[in-house]
Design a protein around this ligand. Structure first.
Ligand SMILES: C[S@@+](CC[C@H](N)C(=O)[O-])C[C@H]1O[C@@H](n2cnc3c(N)ncnc32)[C@H](O)[C@@H]1O
Length: 306
């Protein structure tokens, strides 16, 4: 494992303040990472509270384990939050006071060239966050057909030159490394925003490799079974596709964002919005931690009587 590069937690105070409604409650940090949020959550909890720290990344667990494992209130859980209700023991279902999602990848993951997430460093085309099964970036780049590649770049990267980029990737196969892929993408780009487009294509491939949107939807749906009435979901997202999923779900309990009505015409809303406005980092936070610049925080509470 490369030297562990700690991650600066984003929107730390606001997210923890919104999350904790009962200092003796049971909480889930669904994206443990370097444990920055978990450490702050634990500072705000009583001795009889419990925090379950989930991450699918083996290196995140090794790093967080070192300092959090000494705290009796903390329990690490290794796995993909797409299977959240299976990962969390049955005895806690319906009893969770809050779940935090701080989505995306950690500084350590992006800065370690061997993980293949970065277009700034040369590395293998990997991008898998969890156990090393499943499709890697190499397979997406070198084996997907033109239509599939184009659609991923268009839908997950929101990149308008998706057709040209997909065609160029196919023409240059096999593409072996992150910098080779960057060169191929750059060869069809022009204008002032080349780096932004490269970042969008890398983002698209990462979303496909980790099935990030599907997994987020599963996790949000399963959160409803885990939360107690009044329990909260605090979600920090970093791109518009994730934010849209969260926004729709918080508003309506489904991913289309359609508020259903009961027989009497009353809106059925399984969640109550706690923050009506999106919370974003201050200029000062972005200056201190540029990785926070696209962060958006939303908070909702499971409806019903406690
Ligand atoms: C932005 S980092 C979290 C940083 C953390 N809040 C901190 O303060 O150190 C996101 C973490 O979520 C993990 N992650 C992303 N998707 C996941 C998933 N589907 N299941 C489990 N963990 C996931 C990544 O491995 C990464 O460690």
């Amino acid at each position: 494992m490369a030297d562990y590069i700690p991650h600066i937690p984003v929107l730390l105070d606001a997210s923890v303040e919104f999350l904790i409604t009962n200092r003796s409650g049971i909480y889930i940090d669904a994206t443990l990472g370097s444990g920055g949020h978990s450490t702050e959550i634990l500072k705000n909890l009583n001795d009889d509270a419990l925090l379950l720290g989930v991450d699918q990344d083996y290196e995140a667990h090794e790093a967080a384990q070192e300092f959090l494992s000494k705290d009796k209130r903390f329990r690490p859980v290794k796995g993909n939050f797409g299977y959240l209700s299976t990962l969390i023991p049955d005895k806690y279902h319906g009893k969770i006071a809050g779940i935090l999602f701080d989505l995306g990848i950690s500084t350590h993951q992006i800065k370690d060239p061997a993980r293949g997430f970065s277009f700034q460093h040369d590395g293998p085309l990997d991008m898998r966050m969890g156990d090393l099964s499943g499709v890697s970036a190499y397979e997406v780049v070198n084996e997907y057909d033109y239509e599939k590649l184009r659609d991923i770049i268009y839908h997950y990267g929101e990149e308008r030159l998706s057709r040209q980029i997909a065609a160029e990737i196919i023409k240059n196969r096999p593409i072996e490394s992150t910098l080779d892929l960057r060169r191929v993408i750059e060869s069809v780009l022009y204008g002032r925003y080349i780096i932004k487009s490269v970042a969008r294509v890398f983002q698209a491939i990462r979303i496909e490799v980790n099935r990030e949107l599907e997994v987020l939807k599963s996790a949000l749906s399963q959160s409803m079974e885990l939360l107690m009435p009044g329990g909260r979901i605090v979600a920090i997202s970093y791109h518009s596709l994730e934010d849209r999923i969260i926004k729709n779900f918080f508003r309506s309990g489904n991913f289309e964002g359609n508020i259903e009505k009961d027989f009497y015409g009353n809106a059925i809303q399984p969640l109550k919005l706690i923050s009506r406005q999106i919370i974003t980092p201050s200029d000062e936070e972005i200056k201190r931690n540029p990785a926070a610049r696209s962060a958006k925080l939303r908070v909702a509470e499971k409806a019903g009587e406690e």
